[in-house]
Structures are given as C-alpha cells and as structure tokens.
Design a protein around this ligand. Structure first.
Ligand SMILES: [Zn+2]
Length: 57
C-alpha cells in the first residue's frame, strides 16, 4: 500500500478488529498502515465478505 499523500510505501503498523454495522458479523479486520515519510496513517479493511465497505478516518 502506498501513501496517498506522498507515494511512499507504507509500513503495516497493526491490525485491529473494528465494528461495522454493514457486516452481518458486525466486525471486520482493519490493517493500519503508517507512512514513514509524512506520518500519514491509513486503515485498509481486510475483505471478509463480498460487501462494499467504505471506511472513513
Ligand atoms: Zn506519506
């Protein structure tokens, strides 16, 4: 995953479960990525189901 700000390859920082009301199970896994250059943090959802999920910071 590349940083949307500066294009630097981001480091995978952590994974954590988050609540999502659009998912029947109510929980999805978010991979947190950290940009070592500008400090941008992005969360990328692990697709557990075939549903579209919009994640907002
Ligand atoms: Zn960056």
């Amino acid at each position: 995953m590349r940083c949307p700000n500066c294009g630097t390859l981001m480091n995978r920082h952590a994974e954590k479960p988050i609540k999502d009301p659009h998912v029947p199970e109510g929980e999805v896994i978010a991979s947190i990525h950290y940009c070592p250059r500008c400090g941008k943090v992005e969360a990328e959802l692990e697709p557990l189901l075939n549903s579209e999920i919009n994640f907002r910071e």
